[in-house]
Design a protein around this ligand. Structure first.
Ligand code: NAD
Length: 456
C-alpha cells in the first residue's frame, strides 16, 4: 500500500473507537504481549544490528518498554479524566476543566541506536492518548526495522498501527502527507528539516535530538563510583547513546586519580581486550565508524584506541590534552571515545559549558549539595543526574527531552500521554445567575471592576 493510502485509511479509522479507554488498554496489552512473543527475535535482531548482548537488550530496550507499558496501563484511567481547575472570582458559577483530546494520525520517526525502544516508547504514548500510529524506523538498524515491520503488521491492523520502512526518501514522502502530530528522534540537522516540513501544515512536533553532554567530576566526588557510573554511561552501546557523557570535565586535583579509576573500571566491564569481548557493541555501520574514527588522534589517546574496521569495533578510548577547539569538542561523538578536560574552579567549568549549545543531558559528581544546586541552577540542559549517568531516563515519573538544540518537548510516563494529547479547555457556565460586570452599559464603576480583577 502506498504512503498516501496508509495515511488515508488511518485518518478514516481515527474515530471514537480509538478514544475509548477499554480500547486503548486492550491495545497496550496487545503491544506488551507482542514484545513478549517476539523476545527471541528481538534479541536476535539487536545482535545482528549492533551486536547487543541479551543483557544489554533486556536492560536498555525491553525493560524500558515493559515499564512504560505497565505504567500507562496502571495510570491511564487517571490521565484520561478531565482535570478540574480553579477559576478566578470573575468566573463565579463556572466549572473549568482540561480535557485530553487525541490528535489523530501520528508519525514517529526514530533513530538506530536503540532501534526498538526509540520506535516503540513514543508509540506507547500515542496509543495511550488515543491516536493512530505510523512508525518510520531507522533504515540503519536493518534487522530491527524488518522485525518492527513484521511484528506490528502481524499484530495490529494497518489502519490503526503500522510501520513504513525506508530511508530519507521514504521520510520525505511521509512528510509530504498531512499528520496530526510528528514525533522525531535523531540529529539536530534532520530535526530542522522535520520542523520545516511540519510548518507547511502547522503540524505540532516533538524533537528528541542530541548534543555534547558533559560529565563534571568535582573535587569532592566519590571517585570510584563516579568512574564506574561514567564508564557504564559512556561505553554502554559503545557510546552510541544520545545521553552518553560526551566528554569528562574533571577537577585538576583529582584528574590522575579519576583516570586511574576509570581505566580500572573499563577493564572490569569489558576486559583487557574489548575487541575480543563477544558482547562488546559494534558501531552501527561503516559511515558512522568513519565518523568516530576521525577522533582517534594518536597524540591524544591515553587509553584504548584499538579498532577493527571489518568488524566495526572501536575499543573504549580516552583522549587527553584536548582543547575546546579540537574537532572532538566541536561535534557530538556518539561513539566509545571520551575526551578528558580539566578545570581549576567550578565557576570556570560552568562558564565554559555555558558557551556551548544546551546539552541533552548533564552529569555532576560531587557530594556538596550547595554546589550540586549551583550546577542545576546555572546551566540549562534537557535533564540529568547528580552522581550518576543515564539512569534518570529510566524513571517513568520524569520527563525526558531536550532544550535548545538538544530538542523540544518531552516524553516517558505521563509526559508521553500529554505529548500526544491536545489540552482542550472547557468552561461550563451556570445559567442560574449572570455576573453583570463584563457587559457594556452596566452600572459597576471602573474602581469595582479593577478591584475584582485584581483578585485573579
Ligand atoms: P538522523 O537524524 O540521521 O536520522 C534520524 C531519522 O531521520 C532516521 O529515521 C532517518 O531515516 C531520517 N532521516 C535522515 N536524513 C533525513 C532527511 N534528510 N530527511 C528526512 N529524514 C531523514 O539521526 P541518527 O543518525 O539516526 O541518530 C543520531 C542522532 O540522534 C544523534 O545526534 C543522537 O544524539 C540523536 N538521538 C537522540 C535521541 C533522543 O532521545 N534525544 C535518541 C537517539 C538518538
Amino acid at each position: 500500500m502506498d504512503i498516501e493510502n496508509i495515511v488515508k485509511i488511518q485518518q478514516d479509522f481515527f474515530n471514537n473507537q480509538t478514544f475509548d479507554y477499554e480500547y486503548r488498554i486492550k491495545q497496550l496489552e496487545i503491544l506488551r504481549q507482542m514484545l513478549k512473543n517476539y523476545e527471541d527475535d528481538i534479541y536476535y535482531a539487536l545482535r545482528e544490528d549492533l551486536n547487543k548482548s541479551r543483557f544489554e537488550t533486556l536492560t536498555t530496550e525491553l525493560s524500558v518498554l515493559y515499564t512504560e507499558i505497565d505504567f500507562a496501563l496502571k495510570h491511564l484511567k487517571d490521565w484520561m479524566k478531565p482535570e478540574k481547575v480553579k477559576a478566578p472570582i470573575t468566573h463565579k458559577g463556572t466549572k473549568n476543566y482540561i480535557y485530553k483530546e487525541p490528535y489523530g494520525v501520528t508519525l514517529i520517526i526514530s533513530s538506530w541506536n536503540y532501534p526498538l525502544q526509540l520506535a516503540i516508547a513514543p508509540a506507547i504514548g500515542a496509543i495511550a492518548a488515543g491516536n493512530t500510529v505510523i512508525i518510520k524506523p531507522s533504515e540503519a538498524a536493518v534487522a530491527t526495522s524488518r522485525l518492527l515491520s513484521n511484528m506490528i503488521e502481524t499484530t495490529f491492523p494497518k489502519e490503526y498501527f503500522t510501520v513504513v520502512e525506508g530511508g530519507k526518501e521514504t521520510n520525505q514522502a511521509l512528510l509530504s502527507e498531512s499528520f496530526d502530530y510528528i514525533f522525531f528522534t535523531g540529529s539536530a540537522k534532520v530535526g530542522k528539516i522535520i520542523m520545516q516540513k511540519a510548518s507547511a501544515t502547522l503540524t505540532p512536533v516533538t524533537l528528541e535530538l542530541g548534543g555534547k553532554s558533559p560529565a563534571i567530576i568535582n573535587q569532592d566526588a566519590n571517585i570510584k563510583l563516579a568512574a564506574k557510573r561514567v564508564a557504564w554511561g559512556k561505553f554502554t552501546n559503545a557510546g552510541q547513546t544520545c545521553v552518553a557523557p560526551d566528554f569528562i570535565y574533571v577537577h585538576d586535583t583529582i584528574k590522575t586519580k579519576f583516570l586511574r579509576a576509570l581505566i580500572k573500571q573499563i577493564k572490569a566491564f569489558y576486559g583487557k581486550n574489548p575487541l575480543k569481548n563477544r558482547d562488546y557493541v559494534r558501531i552501527i555501520n561503516h559511515n558512522h565508524y568513519k565518523h568516530v574514527e576521525r577522533f582517534l588522534d594518536d597524540e591524544m589517546i591515553i587509553y584504548g584506541g584499538d579498532r577493527d574496521e571489518d568488524r566495526l569495533l572501536i575499543a573504549p578510548t580516552l583522549l587527553d590534552n584536548i582543547s575546546w577547539n579540537d574537532s572532538v569538542m566541536q561535534e557530538e561523538i556518539f561513539g566509545p571515545v571520551l575526551p578528558i578536560l580539566s578545570f581549576e574552579t567550578l565557576d570556570d567549568a560552568l562558564m565554559n559549558i555555558k558557551k556551548m549549545e544546551k546539552p541533552l543531558a548533564l552529569y555532576y559528581f560531587g557530594e556538596d549539595e550547595t554546589q550540586q544546586d549551583k550546577v542545576i541552577a546555572d546551566l540549562s540542559f534537557g535533564g540529568g543526574s547528580i552522581n550518576d549517568t543515564l539512569y534518570h531516563l529510566a524513571n517513568p515519573h520524569l520527563p525526558f527531552g531536550g532544550v535548545g538544540t538538544s530538542g523540544m518537548g518531552s516524553y516517558h510516563g505521563k509526559y508521553s500521554f500529554n505529548t500526544f494529547s491536545h489540552d482542550k479547555s472547557i468552561m461550563k457556565q451556570t445559567t442560574k445567575f449572570d455576573v453583570p460586570f463584563r457587559y457594556p452599559g452596566g452600572k459597576l464603576t471602573e474602581t469595582i471592576i479593577k478591584k475584582v480583577m485584581s483578585k485573579f
